[in-house]
Design a protein around this ligand. Structure first.
Ligand SMILES: CC(C)(COP(=O)(O)OP(=O)(O)OC[C@H]1O[C@@H](n2cnc3c(N)ncnc32)[C@H](O)[C@@H]1OP(=O)(O)O)[C@@H](O)C(=O)NCCC(=O)NCCS
Length: 269
């Protein structure tokens, strides 16, 4: 096992495709892997120069996020995943760690052994925007620096301009205001459906309004995003024709408090 290098990008991409993860914001996306490598810790497990698996962590406002843990199916159940996770997180009692676990039967037990406990499901939803309430809050486009500063003020932690710059290559970043006060900050990427990649909104009382305002401001017919099962807008989304396409299970150390009114990126927090 060693730190991931630029020369590993093709191998990481191959493992990512082999485990059916090919979307943007995954190891199939060189810009994403470069962002993780430059701002977090990324490891590869190699045998004879071949990448068998990769894993990474990233600092976020809520603690250290395990962004990825993927092992080539030809090498499953041989201890590679356990070894990668153990190298990143050697101490099961360490604080402030979390991840969004897939439903793969080996994933959740691995994280439980590493000291994390299961919490709410992170729902991958998508749907049409035409039956959603129109947002009454103001949404302003901002650059990566302003978005990162706003997120840091709202959610805590160090500003992460690199994360917003990643979304801004092709996408947009924005703040949602209630009069002059910023109540949420987010980013979106184009596509069909468009993706609301993140929306930090620590106040659950403001979360539904902020989400509807952000979606309305995108001006798209269909949108996809990942939100906590207890999010206050879930029932209205389902009533408006949204579907739950998939879900992850949030795994966290007990000291991590993830706001239920935010929209999360499984790979960037
Ligand atoms: C999840 C994943 C990373 C695990 O990697 P791996 O190298 O196969 O895992 P390991 O061999 O180190 O360990 C698997 C452990 O899970 C255990 N396990 C497997 N299925 C289990 C089950 N249903 N219940 C309990 N434990 C289970 C195995 O017994 C093994 O433990 P052991 O070594 O004590 O026997 C790998 O399966 C993978 O890439 N899956 C597809 C992608 C994915 O979903 N990744 C997780 C992203 S959140």
């Amino acid at each position: 096992m060693r730190a991931a290098e630029v020369g590993d990008l093709a191998g990481i991409r191959a493992v990512t495709f082999a485990t059916d993860q090919s979307e943007p914001g995954s190891g199939a996306d060189a810009a994403y892997v470069e962002l993780i490598r430059s701002t977090g810790t990324a490891l590869v497990a190699v045998q004879d120069d071949r990448v068998l698996g990769w894993a990474a962590t990233l600092p976020t406002p809520h603690g250290a996020l395990l962004t990825d843990l993927f092992v080539d199916p030809v090498a499953h159940a041989r201890g590679v995943g356990t070894a990668l996770l153990g190298a990143l997180w050697p101490t099961p009692s360490a604080r402030r760690r979390y991840t969004f676990s897939s439903k793969h039967p080996a994933a959740l037990p691995l994280y439980a052994r590493a000291g994390l406990v299961p919490s709410w499901p992170l729902l991958y939803v998508s749907g049409p925007t035409d039956r959603l309430p129109l947002g009454v809050l103001r949404v302003d486009r901002v650059d990566a620096g302003a978005a990162a500063a706003a997120e840091s003020r709202l959610a805590g932690g160090e500003p992460r301009p690199g994360v917003f710059a990643y979304y801004l290559s092709g996408g947009e970043a924005f703040v949602v205001r209630d009069r002059a006060r910023v109540i949420a900050v987010g980013a979106a990427q184009p596509g069909d459906p468009a993706v609301l990649a993140r929306l930090a909104c620590p106040d659950p009382g403001a979360a539904a309004g902020a989400l509807f305002a952000a979606v309305a401001a995108l001006g798209v017919d269909r949108v996809a995003f990942c939100l906590p099962g207890p999010h206050p807008a879930l029932r209205r989304l389902l009533a408006a024709g949204f579907r739950v396409d998939d879900f992850d299970v949030t795994m966290r150390t007990p000291d991590v408090a993830l706001p239920i009114g935010s929209v999360y990126s499984p790979g960037l927090g």
